[in-house]
Design a protein around this ligand. Structure first.
Ligand code: BJW
Ligand code: ZN
Length: 246
């Protein structure tokens, strides 16, 4: 049981728009490894060595092996209590926006309707030559996926040094500027420009609430921090909110 503060409930009661800014930690309880920290997959594999275009061109087999492995994990995973709670909040609050750095599609699978994906989606792929999109499963073959034009197919995700999708970032900035409450859930908040949205929300007077198993780079900016698992804490917010409405 976590004690949700009265101030938080009051903020939720007054809010017109709420943003959930999420990272890998929200999917950890679905069995998807996080990148950094003590359980991070990138303790062994350096992110910059795999998640960049040069690495892909040098060694597409290696980069595809990594994505095929992750595609398989994601395919077998299910949204957890944290994703589901965010989706359930839609029943009670006027506007619930999810801004996610995750590529796993779990927010949509949980039923969230407004989801902005800053770093792409692992279910989509495209040809680096002609930009044709592919959504088929590639993990069934051992070969590197190749387009009918002969170009290499890559996952539609954002690697280091690449621009974020303009429409998704633009819509997220707008949401961060206009929301009243901004939740920061399961992210180390070290990757930019995604993390800058937290500062945008703060500059626009949103009430900032963090949910993470440990302190992060941005904890000092928060109005309130709740330390523990997202799948355990987020349902408590909803319960406390519903109790207050009765
Ligand atoms: C739990 C939990 C539980 C665990 N419950 N919590 C300004 C300053 C400095 C650097 C830069 C800057 N601007 C740009 C940069 C460079 C770079 C960058 O930010 N580098 C930093 C690392 C220093 N950014 C970029 O390159 C970006 N592009 C860009 O800026 O374009 C402009 C440009 C163009 C050309 C030249 C130069 C600039 C692109 C960034 C793309 C990031 N891509 C990745 C891979 C996506 C595809 C894939 O998944 O394979 O995105 S990297 C990886 O990190 C992934 C994630 O979305 C992202 C963020 O990670 P996240 O989600 O925070 O995960 P973790 O693991 O770090 O944290 C998990 C947290 O959960 C932890 O805190 C745990 O405690 C917690 N937790 N269990 C609650 N149960
Ligand atoms: Zn092509």
């Amino acid at each position: 049981m976590y004690k949700i503060s009265e101030r938080t409930i009051e903020k939720l009661r007054q809010t017109k728009s709420i943003v959930f800014f999420t990272g890998a930690g929200i999917s950890a309880e679905s069995g998807i490894p996080i990148f950094r920290g003590k359980d991070g997959i990138w303790n062994k594999l350096k992110p910059e060595e795999l998640a960049n275009f040069d690495a892909f061109m040098r060694n597409p087999e290696m980069v595809w092996e990594w994505y095929k492995h992750r595609k398989q994990i994601i395919k077998e995973s299910q949204p957890n209590a944290a994703h589901k709670t965010i989706a359930e909040f839609q029943k009670y609050l006027p506007e619930v926006v999810v801004v996610t750095q995750n590529i796993d599609n779990l927010h949509r699978r949980a039923g969230s309707k407004i989801v902005y994906e800053l770093h792409g989606n692992i279910e989509r792929n495209y040809c680096i030559n002609c930009h044709k999109f592919y959504t088929e499963d590639f993990e069934l073959t051992d070969k590197i996926p190749t387009c009918e034009c002969g170009g290499l197919i890559r996952p539609d995700v954002v690697w280091f040094g690449e621009y974020l999708p303009e429409d998704q970032l633009g819509a997220s900035e707008k949401a961060a500027k206009s929301c009243n409450v901004f939740f920061v859930v399961g992210t180390s908040a070290v990757v930019y420009p995604a993390a800058s949205l937290i500062y945008t929300a703060k500059e626009n007077s949103a009430y900032l609430i963090e949910v993470n198993i440990e302190e992060t780079e941005v904890s000092r900016l928060m109005n309130e921090s709740y330390f523990g698992k997202a799948g355990e804490i987020l349902p408590e917010f909803l319960e406390a909110y519903k109790k207050d409405c009765r």
